[in-house]
Every structure is written in structure tokens, then in C-alpha cells.
Design a protein around this ligand. Sequence first.
Ligand code: HEC
Ligand code: HEC
Length: 200
Amino acid sequence: MKIVASATALLLAATLLAQPAFAEGDAAAGKELGYTCLGCHGIEGYRNAYPSYRVPKLGGQKAGYLEIALKGYRDGTRQHPTMAAQATSLTDQEIQDVSAYLASIGGDSVAAGGTQGTSFDKAAACTACHGQNGISVNAAWPTLAGQHEDYLFNALNQYRDGTRKDPVMSAQAALIAEEDVAKLARYYSRLEGLETTRPE
Ligand code: HEC
Ligand code: HEC
């Protein structure tokens, strides 16, 4: 068991090293800006007004993915009025810094991981990118484990109806059977992982 675990760790390290380098932000510099974000992302169960779903958890999320998401809102490739307003005036440097800050706080349970006794066979189609336990293996891909169920459900439907576009994930979402969308959202939300970010 130990040998298997360390082999997996080595494989993981090799995968991480092979990845395109994300410009590392300065977490300390992103702290002040990050406080404004916690007005929504730091409140347990805080909801988006309409449609009503919970604001995504960012604690333990991958910094590289946070950067991609923020640039998407800023540049208009990802639609959401509130988040577009938040991101519109941010420079690339500020995005890197605030992403590094947000990724650096919370998320202890991401390190722990674990399936919590839950399983769903259809999730096998997702593990290559989102990880065995819903914890992504690439800095540019989101961790799903522990994310709010209603947020995941909404995100999957957005890829499916084209309101949210991504060359990789849109194709994946199109392959999901209608009746499995809610089940996948439920499955990933129940895994040990992301947390609501709290200021230190
Ligand atoms: C007024 C509430 C509010 C504030 C303030 C806010 N956000 Fe958000 N944020 C949201 C909502 C709602 C969503 C979900 C939008 C969607 O469905 O695409 C979101 C989504 C995100 C996402 C995408 C997460 C994912 O899993 O794809 C990131 C990254 C993010 N916010 C970062 C920030 C940062 C950084 C700040 C501060 C500069 C910030 N937010 C401030 C409400 C807020
Ligand atoms: C080939 C790699 C790949 C596979 C396989 C894959 N995804 Fe994704 N997924 C991605 C990428 C890349 C993103 C980020 C796209 C973006 O920026 O919008 C993503 C984003 C998501 C999001 C949005 C997360 C957030 O925080 O907003 C959800 C939900 C999701 N995937 C669920 C799934 C499910 C469920 C499956 C299996 C049925 C799956 N994915 C299979 C690569 C993949």
C-alpha cells in the first residue's frame, strides 16, 4: 500500500512538473484586494441572486484555474454580470496576486481528499482531468470535490446550453446524459475538498 502511494505521488509530481508554468502570483500583494472578494466568497452558503445558486467555494481551488476564470469574466469569454464588474478593472498582475492569495487560504480538506464512502460510476469519465477524488491534477483545471451542489449543477448546464464555453469542458458536458447531470453535481459536492474561504 505504501509503495503504491509513493508511486502515485511520484507520478503526480512528474505530471505537475510537465505542466505549463503559470506565472506565480504574490499572495501577500493580493491580500488587500482579496478582502473585497470575501464579502461574497467568504460567507458560508452566500447566494447568487438570480438564478439562485450558491457562490462557488474558492478555498483550496487551483490558482491557475482562478486566473483563467477571472480573465474570462474580465475579457467577456465567461458571462456573469456581478463577477464581470468585480474583474473588469483588474490587471493581469492583480489577477495573479489575488488568485495566489485566495488559493493560499482555506482548503485544508483538499489536501486530505477522500471519497467519504460515496461513489458514482459515471464520474469515471471525469477523473482523467478532475482527479480520482475530484481533486484536479492540473493547475489549470478546477477541483470539483466539495463544491456547492447547486453551483456545479448550474455550471454543467451552462456548458450544455452554451452560455458557458470552453473547448475542452463544453465537449465533455455534451456527452453527459440528461439524467446524470444532477447526480454528478451531487456526487462531487459530497466529496471532501473545497472550502468557503475565511480570512485568516
Ligand atoms: C457580489 C458577490 C461577489 C463578489 C464581491 C465576488 N464574487 Fe466571485 N463570484 C460570485 C458569483 C455569484 C460567482 C459565480 C458566477 C458564475 O456562475 O459564473 C463567482 C465566481 C467566481 C469565480 C469562478 C469560480 C469557479 O469555480 O469557476 C472566481 C475565480 C471568483 N468568483 C473570484 C472572485 C474574486 C477574485 C473576487 C474579488 C476581486 C470576487 N470573486 C468577488 C460572486 C462574487
Ligand atoms: C479532458 C479534461 C476534462 C474532462 C474529462 C472533464 N472536464 Fe470538467 N473541466 C475541464 C476544464 C479544462 C474545465 C475548466 C473550463 C473553463 O475554464 O470553463 C472544466 C470545468 C468543469 C466544471 C466547472 C467547475 C467550476 O468551478 O466552475 C465542472 C462542474 C466540470 N468541469 C465537471 C466535469 C464532469 C462532471 C466531468 C465528467 C462527466 C468532466 N468535468 C470531465 C476539463 C475536463
